[in-house]
Design a protein around this ligand. Sequence first.
Ligand code: PEP
Length: 236
Amino acid sequence: MRKLIAGNWKMNGVSASLVEAERLMALFEFAGPEIVICPPATLVAAMAARFRGSPLLVGGQDCHAQPSGAHTGDISAEMLKDAGASYVIVGHSERRQDHGESDAAVRAKAEAGRRAGLAPIVCVGETESERRAGRETEVVGRQLEGSLPRGPGPIVIAYEPVWAIGTGLTPTPEDIAAMHAFIRGRAGGGVRLLYGGSVKPTNARDILHLPEVNGALVGGASLKAEEFHAIVRAAM
Ligand code: PEP
């Protein structure tokens, strides 16, 4: 399975930041993993236009479940598709926490992504207290059951332990491999499984070559072309 390295810029970036994506593409080797950058919504169209026809794909960071309507401030999957996106992240823990998104809401967004022709990247992961209590597979199993889109269609799953996001902490390689084996058992063979949470150039190689790890979802380190490129290289 071809690996996928997805960068999540979160609420970072203005039009001048597109230079960072250009610097990344200047470093890029074409035979490597698939690369996606999910910039803030304000940059999706500009980034997609700038890199149309290149190997760099663009994704949204969230979408509304409805295609259109009275939902002030929201963006539909159809709008992301129209802007040139190929992927959409749904169920990121920052959205589950900051916006109270339930598993059912995440599933509706993932299904909206498919409806619009986007591949949803569905995020799951336990909190620190859940892991300390030994409940990580129970929690992730419940999230998978409730958040994955129903029926056939594209899907990527990102295992992102909440306590590893932006903290510099990562699970042990054994713990990542065990969780990915668990998710693989639930999701089936054809689904790309990403690991996310403090992936850096220094740990990327160890993580990206674990069994059932088909790529990474990268936050902070995706903002700097050299760091993101080093992670892409580590996947090869
Ligand atoms: C993320 O937010 O998806 C993420 C993995 O962030 P970081 O790499 O900064 O931990």
